[in-house]
Design a protein around this ligand. Structure first.
Ligand SMILES: [Fe+2]
Length: 218
């Protein structure tokens, strides 16, 4: 446990003692790689009538293989991106203080998502995982943002406001604008949602969950 000792000069101190980490990094700028991945996700949708049918009820206008094919990390077509996601996942996990060796960090689920105009995703968490995230295969500056909710929000009896309201301790929400080639990861407990897609160009992503489990368990 980290302990605080009063500094000798007794000056005022303010510390962000329980920060929530969100990992944002550029995974690749390789256009051909990403364009090929878009085609693979489209092929996934086109070969998944069961998933398309479930999505009509559960995911409105968009498509996700979460309901029907959420193990695409085991598919040779997605092996390279799975490996790169895992590499970033290990980096993030270690930054949070986790060992990723025993048990190792592994992808437990991975699925493709195509977000089209009018599609959004309500507030949710990813249960039974350590880290969740999305690799944005195709997105632009007007694609639907992913937004996060302060996990302490439910405990607040008063909301900060007024002229002095905007500090690092007052944020209730934080959002990220997806871009092609960007990977965004967060602790799985963190509530988040996807805002409504407003433009006509589909936003394509590969979403995943990571946990500290052996290969045989996932
Ligand atoms: Fe999610």
């Amino acid at each position: 446990m980290t302990k605080f000792s009063t500094p000798e000069n007794n000056k005022k101190a303010m510390f962000p003692v329980f920060p929530v980490p969100i990992y944002i990094n550029r995974l690749t700028d390789d256009r051909e790689f990403n364009q090929a991945l878009v085609r693979k996700v489209e092929t996934l949708r086109n070969s998944d009538p069961e998933g398309v049918e479930i999505c009509k009820k559960e995911y409105r206008t968009g498509y996700t293989s979460f309901f029907s094919r959420n193990q695409i990390q085991k598919d040779a077509e997605f092996a390279e991106i799975a490996g790169q996601i895992l590499r970033h996942g290990r980096c993030f996990a270690r930054s949070m203080g986790f060992s990723t060796e025993n048990p190792p960090l592994n992808l437990t689920t991975m699925f493709g998502t195509i977000t089209v105009k009018g599609c959004y995703h309500e507030v949710h968490r990813h249960r039974n995982s350590l880290i969740s995230g999305t690799y944005y295969v195709s997105a632009n500056k007007t694609s639907a943002r992913i937004a996060f909710l302060d996990p302490k929000a439910g405990f607040r009896m008063h909301e900060p406001g007024g002229q002095t309201g905007q500090t690092i301790f007052s944020n209730l929400e934080f959002s990220v604008q997806p871009q092609t080639g960007l990977i965004v990861m967060f602790p799985s407990y963190l509530e988040h949602w996807v805002e409504m897609q407003q433009n006509d160009i589909p936003r394509v992503g590969i979403t995943f969950n990571l946990d500290l489990v052996s290969d045989e368990d996932c």
